[in-house]
Design a protein around this ligand. Structure first.
Ligand code: NAD
Length: 289
């Protein structure tokens, strides 16, 4: 029995997420042919060399021609411009999806370019590493990870369910959300933590002269664990904060309040406050596998 769900899948962007999708689709046998396009010639050359997709195309238009599923896997700020380029080529009945880390601004940017007869269903696989580019992908990336599904209001229920089954076939668990709720949740669990990791490394770098390079030499487990994600792609993360401004600022405000309370407890020697706080957070953290 054929497991093929979409005869032709086009991946726009050939980085960590698209590459992992291609490898996972092949393993699950859910795609007929997988085409791919990335803006840089170097990325396309690498993708060809490592056989990342079945056919690497030199234009986005060529990649999406006759595609049943088009996946936008570029930085969030590039999704609108990519759609403007391909909208006239999308075939009737095609499904367009994205894998962006922000959802409301992506829907706003993409929906005006969705032609009659084509449907848009947003997704966000909550899986990643600090690595990027065409060599970073691996088939197991989505296994037992969440993939949040954020359909446009006009999408057909049957097509949403089909896309959910597709992500299940790639190993993910799916859950539906509104774009606003998605953006708040992700600001808490992903976006602001990345920002804090960036500042941690920035502070260590600022103090280089005081600590005489010792931060790098002695970087202990805490610093390493905590700052791993600070090596993530700068373009991707710039776009996340530019497009999820409201939720990121809201969560950052709350984070700052907590930090000020801890700062006061340290200054005043309020050991009870510190102990209570750390006890509560340890219990919560231990509940996360
Ligand atoms: P990546 O940097 O590994 O890959 C991005 C790809 O897009 C590259 O192939 C690049 O050449 C291409 N590209 C950039 N601008 C383009 C344009 N204008 N036109 C065509 N191609 C272009 O990034 P990634 O980690 O695969 O992220 C892709 C998307 O997935 C982003 O929207 C990101 O927010 C989202 N995402 C990332 C993670 C993560 O942890 N890395 C997790 C979930 C979702």
């Amino acid at each position: 029995v054929s497991k093929v769900m979409y005869n032709r899948v086009a991946l726009i962007g050939l980085g960590l997420i698209a590459g992992s999708m291609s490898l996972a689709m092949r393993r699950a046998g859910v795609a007929g042919e997988i085409t791919g396009y990335a803006r840089s010639q170097a990325t396309r050359d690498t993708a060809r060399e490592i056989n990342l997709v079945d056919r690497v195309c030199d234009t986005a238009v060529e990649a999406v021609k006759d595609a049943d599923l088009v996946v936008l896997a570029v930085p969030v700020g590039a999704m609108g411009p990519v759609m403007a380029e391909i909208e006239a080529t999308l075939k009737p009945g095609a499904i367009v999806t994205d894998v962006g880390s922000v959802k409301k601004s992506v829907l706003d940017a993409v929906l005006p370019h969705i032609p009659e007869g084509v449907q848009f269903i947003g997704t966000h696989p909550m899986a990643g590493t600090e690595h990027s580019g065409p060599r970073a992908g691996f088939a197991e990336l989505f296994e037992n990870r969440w993939c949040l599904i954020v359909p446009s209001e006009t999408a057909d229920e049957a097509e949403i369910e089909k896309l959910e089954s597709f992500w299940s076939a790639l190993g993910a668990n799916t859950e539906r959300m509104t774009p606003e709720h998605h953006d708040t949740v992700c600001a808490v669990v992903s976006h602001v933590p990345h920002l804090i990791a960036y500042t941690m490394v920035g502070v260590a770098d600022d103090l280089r002269r005081v600590t005489d390079q010792e931060v790098i030499k002695f970087s202990a487990a805490g610093f390493r664990d905590f700052t791993r994600i600070a090596a993530s792609d700068p373009t991707m993360w710039r776009d996340v904060f530019l497009t999820n401004k409201d939720a990121a600022l809201e969560i950052l405000g709350r984070f700052t309040e907590e930090l000020f309370a801890l700062q006061r407890a340290i200054r005043t020697g309020d050991g009870d406050h510190l102990h209570d706080y750390f006890t509560r957070t340890r219990a919560i953290r231990r509940g996360i596998i």
